[in-house]
Design a protein around this ligand. Structure first.
Ligand SMILES: [Zn+2]
Length: 266
């Protein structure tokens, strides 16, 4: 799964490229949407909500998509050769000076804007709203506490608790507060849960326009993460080799990286 900041940056780039422009062509390569045409339609805005992306048009319709594990959007100059095979393309949006191509997109749908909620109503507070308020924070804390027996790492991944966190941030956030991702939510003190959510907002917001995400503050290659994807390398705090575990039930389980000394098992 992409992190919320990846979806945010994708939407930002699409918005910069297409908003306010009238499309000259385009299509959706999905059986149910094969008859849809975009020629003559004006793109009003491109908006991320959690990990969902909406391209909104002037006829009040909204094109929904989700990147899941493997989706991506590319921008090209007219006639430029695509960097992925054409048979992976799901959406093509053509403006006079730009072409946006969505590869391996999931959950494609074209809905009236008023019905976007079917995809996002169940989400927890979106960590990348322009203003993260105490009300957002309190609601996220309430949702996090609702299932006290669940593993803390899994609760953070649940988009109905808080929207935007993926596996990279789960690993990094658990390290930052010295908690095992396997610890039950109830074992994590309330103030630490609050810290994690505030930190999640801070990190995602700081990274929302960055290509190379950093959670350590360093942008140098190889030093951008505390534990994520650092198996057997020394913990940046205590030098203990970073270990891995599986979080969740197979086949959906994720690999988690953690420091056995800084984040003792429950
Ligand atoms: Zn350590």
């Amino acid at each position: 799964m992409p992190e919320g900041d990846t979806v945010f940056l994708t939407a930002h780039r699409l918005h910069e490229a297409l908003a306010g422009k009238t499309l000259t062509g385009g299509e959706v390569r999905h059986p149910r949407l094969a008859a849809v045409t975009f020629a003559g339609r004006l793109v009003t805005e491109v908006v991320p909500v959690g990990k969902h992306l909406f391209v909104r048009f002037d006829d009040d319709r909204s094109l929904h998509s989700h990147l899941r594990m493997d989706g991506s959007w590319h921008l090209y100059a007219p006639g430029e050769r695509w960097r992925m095979p054409g048979h992976h393309a799901r959406v093509v949006l053509v403006a006079a000076d730009r072409e946006a191509v969505g590869f391996r997109l999931h959950d494609l749908d074209l809905v009236p804007r008023a019905r976007e909620g079917r995809y996002v109503d169940r989400l927890g507070p979106d960590l990348l709203v322009p203003q993260w308020t105490p009300a957002h924070q309190a609601e996220a804390e309430r949702r996090l506490a609702a299932r006290p027996d669940r593993a803390f790492g899994l609760a953070l991944l649940d988009q109905s608790v808080v929207a935007g966190i993926g596996n990279v941030y789960v690993n990094e956030l658990c390290f930052l507060v010295g908690t095992s991702p396997h610890a039950p939510v109830s074992d994590v003190p309330e103030y630490v849960r609050g810290e994690v959510l505030a930190k999640a907002r801070e990190l995602l917001w700081d990274n929302r326009l960055r290509v190379a995400r950093t959670t350590t503050g360093s942008t140098a290659r190889g030093s951008r993460h505390w534990v994520y994807d650092r198996a057997r390398r020394p913990c940046r705090r205590c030098g203990t080799p970073v270990a891995t575990t599986r979080l969740g039930d197979e086949p959906e389980a994720r690999t988690s990286w953690f420091c056995p000394r800084c984040q003792p098992a429950p």
